[in-house]
Design a binder for this molecule. Structure first.
Ligand code: ZN
Length: 377
């Protein structure tokens, strides 16, 4: 592996990151075709909707110039039918590059090493593991979808200077300034779905869309955990149905509100309840995975946040802390426990800390998930 291999893979990963939230149920992958001179011949990222795949796009753009070149891919090329009904491994073999540099093996059993074998059988020199850890983080949603039948979960929390969450009063209460909020909207756009509890819908009456200029089309599917299906049909969620609203409710009882909510455009998604009659967050995630969701942003209140942490189902946490206190009616994150549950538990490592004017953002990653992504390499 050379410094320029890492450089090119970093660029391919940048392409992959750009597609996050757009390519489900497929992973967002990036690919570069580079001439022996070092000149970048072509770039490709997985198309919105998940097809064509990144390497097929990059090779199509490279044309004949791919012969003898190096192709960089952030995930092992598929060995099952991809792009135009042909597996990417076969498309690459036909394009005859001299080398293929691959960040990560694909745990999908339809590929799982056979994509690489096919390249080697075609006489292409394959190198694996370049920037594997970063690639694992970018592909985590796909990896968990395949290995644990659930999407990757990012928890988003906004607290005041006092560490408490502001309590909504029929509309969202902003505890941070516009720059931190814009960052939060970008976070929404990079996920396939955004999940809250019914309590948040009642308290904040949010729209849960991505409101960055030109990015409303990148809003993720909106999911509400609502065991007894008591979300009010007049909630603002239903005012804009450009992106779907899925209401997850218990499958073991009749819900008289079903028709009214469906009339408002909601999709009703029944899930079995656990022994305590509660909606299990693990079951909810499996249901989302079965619908193709690979990345979920959990933006619920303290109860929902704690349920995901208690079930050990939080892979990353993004905490925005404003300069003002949330005040006397602020809510404790994770119900009775504060932010320490993430920041001082030893289970999360801090990836990033950033200031947005007077506000502060910290990004945390579950330590075990990190090594899980690596072991999939
Ligand atoms: Zn493919």
């Amino acid at each position: 592996m050379s410094a320029s291999d890492e450089d090119h893979m970093a660029q391919a990963l940048q392409l992959a990151r750009r597609g996050l939230g757009l390519t489900w149920p497929n992973p967002s992958v990036g690919s570069l075709v580079v001439a022996p001179s070092g000149e970048i011949i072509a770039r490709g990222g997985t198309a919105p909707g998940g097809r064509p795949h990144a390497e097929a796009i990059a090779l199509e753009r490279a044309g004949d110039r791919a012969r003898g070149a190096t192709i960089y891919i952030t995930l092992e090329p598929c060995a099952h039918a991809g792009g135009r009904g042909v597996a990417c491994a076969d498309i690459i073999a036909a394009a005859r590059p001299a080398r293929a540099v691959i960040a990560l093996r694909d745990p999908d059993p339809r590929t799982a090493g056979s994509g690489i074998e096919r390249l080697e059988a075609a006489g292409i020199k394959v190198e694996e593991g370049v920037l594997a850890e970063e690639a694992g983080a970018v592909a985590l949603g796909h990896i968990l979808h395949v290995t644990e039948e659930r999407p990757a979960v990012t928890l988003k929390l906004a607290v005041g200077a006092d560490g408490l969450m502001p309590k909504g009063k029929g509309a969202p209460v902003w505890i941070t300034g516009p720059d931190a909020r814009a960052h939060g909207h970008l976070l929404r756009a990079r996920n396939d779905a955004i999940l809250v509890g019914r309590g948040t819908v009642l308290a904040d009456n949010p729209t849960l869309t991505c409101r960055l200029p030109g990015m409303s089309c990148r809003s993720p599917v909106r999911v509400v955990l609502d065991r007894r299906l008591r979300t009010p049909p007049e909630a603002r969620l239903f005012d804009d149905l450009m992106v779907p609203v899925w209401l997850i409710c218990s499958s073991d009882e009749e819900h008289p509100t079903t028709d009214a909510l469906q009339d408002r455009g909601a999709e009703i998604v029944p899930v079995p309840v656990d022994a305590h009659g509660m909606l299990g967050v693990r079951d909810a995630l499996e249901t989302l995975a079965s619908r193709g969701i690979t990345r979920v942003l959990v933006e619920g209140g303290p109860q929902v946040a704690r349920a995901f942490l208690d079930a050990d189902l939080v892979d990353e946490a993004v905490i925005y802390q404003g300069a003002k206190p949330a005040g006397a009616d602020g809510l404790m994150p994770f119900v009775s426990e504060g932010l320490d549950r993430v920041t001082s538990s030893g289970h999360f490592m801090q990836l990033e800390a950033r200031a947005f004017g007077p506000d502060r953002m910290t990004w945390w990653r579950r330590i075990r998930r990190c090594s899980l992504a690596l072991s999939a390499a």
